[in-house]
Design a protein around this ligand. Structure first.
Ligand SMILES: *Cc1c(COP(=O)(O)O)cnc(C)c1O
Length: 387
């Protein structure tokens, strides 16, 4: 039997054709495809501005920079995420801290956030930016986080790397109703792919402008933004220390083509999730939470082993499933337990809910190309191993 991965991209002939067309055209980068992709994503997400970059990580970095995150500032995020969600603050020389998660949604807990903010206010160390992560594609409780942002004066970058195509309170994630900047990743395991790639969305023209500068060396060719009249049309100005985080037109063309299938991708993922939900409901597993007010993008399908009802450890379950060719995975090792973060002063026990969650977490294969037969094989193996 063939191994089933936990995630993989779905590329069709139209995607391939779109990439070939760029390869045969004049511009491999800095052509028209990148702005076209930006407009397409901002339309789908109903945000005004979009800045495409070479990874979700770069998008998080320029988002922090555009919001002025720097030395002495505090940035808070969820410990149950990929390290990029917190590394972006460290790139800016800021301090990072975490807010423990909700044991049902596995997202940053709003109650914990409120408590931590009250304490931070007394100690005069409120965060400049909070980065909620829509874990597995399920939107965080953004209305409440937004209310706290107004109360305590912090900015919000939503890490929506898992959540392109998700909706919250009737609006698409990325619309900017409850976040200053929304960040997406187009890594091949994510909802749509450009190979590597990412995007930052905002409704704030100044933030968009600053993110564009940071994306490309801090250089502008816009006469109106310059400190002196341009002596000629060759002239450009570097106005801040930026990077080369540009996306290529090759990637953007793939992204445009992929994006046209977003509704299809989401409905396939939802159907897979529904089948898992039904088939696994009788087992000693905590299944993912679903909510009235939001639609998950179903980037991941995470089950939690109810360990006191099981005679096996997570390690045993993981190994037995991998041996049967089922590409289970674990999302995420709590960021604060990484050696690099331990050197910053974090310890085991700091975020107990995220740690307990991690000890029982198991991601089952979830990707649009997963066939019903393959999914049946996953379900049969999970039943056999955990029953
Ligand atoms: C994938 C991911 C990122 C980083 O995206 P890249 O495009 O791989 O740089 C950031 N945050 C989360 C939650 C992710 O899953």
């Amino acid at each position: 039997m063939q191994n089933i991965p936990y995630a993989t991209q779905e590329i069709n002939q139209a995607d391939i054709q779109a990439v070939i067309e760029v390869l045969q055209a004049d511009y491999l980068t800095q052509g028209k495809k990148v702005p076209e992709f930006e407009q397409a994503v901002s339309k789908v997400c109903r945000a005004e501005f979009a800045v495409a970059v070479n990874s979700g990580t770069s998008a998080l970095h320029i988002a922090c920079l555009a919001l002025g995150v720097g030395p002495g500032d505090y940035v808070w995020t969820s410990p149950n995420s990929f390290v990029a969600s917190s590394n972006c603050a460290l790139y800016c020389g800021a301090n990072i801290d975490f807010v423990d998660i909700d044991p049902r949604t596995y997202n940053l807990s709003v109650e914990e956030l409120a408590k931590k903010l009250a304490i931070a206010q007394q100690k005069n160390c409120l965060p400049k930016v909070v980065i909620p992560v829509h874990f597995a594609g399920l939107p965080c409780d953004m209305q409440k986080i937004h209310t706290l942002a107004n109360q305590y004066g912090f900015k919000i970058i939503e890490d929506a790397s898992h959540a392109l195509g998700a909706s919250y309170a009737g609006k698409p994630v990325g619309c900017g109703c409850y976040a200053d900047i929304s960040v997406f990743s187009f890594h091949p395991v994510k909802i749509i792919t450009t190979g590597e790639g990412g995007m930052a969305l905002t409704n704030d023209a100044d933030l968009a402008e600053r993110m564009r500068l940071y994306r490309s060396h801090g250089i502008t060719r816009d006469q109106e933004k310059m400190t002196q009249p341009a002596p000629g049309s060759w002239y450009y100005q570097q106005q801040l220390l930026g990077f080369n985080y540009r996306m290529t037109d090759i990637q953007a063309a793939l992204g445009i083509s992929q994006l046209s299938r977003l509704p299809e991708f989401i409905s396939k993922r939802r159907a897979i999730a529904q089948r898992y939900m039904q088939a696994l409901s009788e087992l000693p597993l905590q299944l993912p939470m679903t909510e009235e007010r939001s639609q998950s993008a179903w980037h991941l399908f995470v089950v939690q082993l109810v360990t006191h009802q099981l005679s096996k450890t997570r390690q045993q379950v993981f190994t037995e499933l991998r041996t049967q060719g089922i590409g289970v995975n674990v999302h995420y090792q709590p960021i604060h337990l990484q050696p690099y973060y331990q050197h910053l002063g974090f310890s085991a026990g700091d975020f107990p809910v995220a740690e307990a969650y991690y000890n029982g977490a198991l991601s089952l294969p979830m990707f649009t190309k997963l066939s019903e037969a393959q999914q049946a094989q996953v379900i049969a193996s999970v039943r056999e191993v955990v029953q």
